[in-house]
Design a protein around this ligand. Structure first.
Ligand SMILES: [Zn+2]
Ligand SMILES: [Zn+2]
Length: 222
């Protein structure tokens, strides 16, 4: 059972001001292109018109539905539109054949070379990531921005021999995406176990925390 209270009131009021969170602005980046072109625009509020979007960059093939769910979660958390460029090729260039994992640092470096016209860049990969000194990472970010990455495989119930649960998988992906992007906006780890910025050493930690910032982290973000 979760020890965390329901969604924080301050987050609800921010969401209310922005209107229907299911309405989204999706801008597509043509393959290899640096300019954004608008497509499928539904609604843009004043804050989003002022701010550059967050680029959600798929590296390798993956189900589009999880990208859309993550994008909506980011829009709700940061008040930014999101863009989804065409997927990059599978990240063989980051593969460590000895460990059978992929180096998160290489993916962050590659993101930087893309020169995307976005405020922040979040790569999404469906391969297991590591960084030197740790067995694995759910994600990694550059403190203060602009690049971050999250890995999907360890967020699935199926990896642990349990029945697949898409809703839970999506929830975990949003939490990790908000957490890593929170680092790019300068937030460190939070000692409030319910805050999305609390450190996750295991899936239990991921499931325990909310997808929202605690009042203190939200205040630092503004
Ligand atoms: Zn962290
Ligand atoms: Zn916090």
């Amino acid at each position: 059972m979760s020890i965390c209270p329901g969604r924080f009131v301050h987050s609800l009021s921010i969401q209310d001001l922005r209107g229907d969170p299911t309405q989204q602005t999706v801008l597509l980046i043509p393959p290899g292109g640096m300019k954004l072109r608008k497509a499928g625009e539904v609604s843009v509020d004043v804050d989003e018109q002022k701010a550059k979007p967050i680029a959600l960059v798929p590296i390798g093939q993956m189900n589009e539905s999880v990208l859309t769910v993550i994008g909506r979660g980011l829009r709700e958390a940061f008040g930014r539109a999101y863009v989804i460029p065409a997927p990059l090729f599978h990240p063989d260039w980051a593969h460590d054949w000895h460990r059978g994992q992929y180096l998160a640092d290489d993916i962050l470096a590659q993101l930087g070379r893309l020169g995307l016209a976005a405020e922040r860049w979040l790569a999404v990969v469906d391969v297991d990531l590591y960084t030197p000194g740790l067995n694995f990472v759910f994600g990694q970010a550059q403190m203060g921005g602009p690049a971050a990455v999250i890995a999907l495989p360890r967020l699935r119930q199926g990896l642990y021999g349990l029945p697949d649960d898409e809703a839970l998988f999506h929830q975990r992906a949003v939490k990790e995406a908000v957490h890593e992007l929170g680092h790019t906006y300068g937030l460190g780890h939070c000692r409030n176990p319910c805050c999305v910025m609390s450190f996750s050493n295991s899936l239990r930690d991921v499931d325990r925390k909310e997808r929202d910032f605690c009042p203190s982290c939200r205040w630092k973000l503004l």
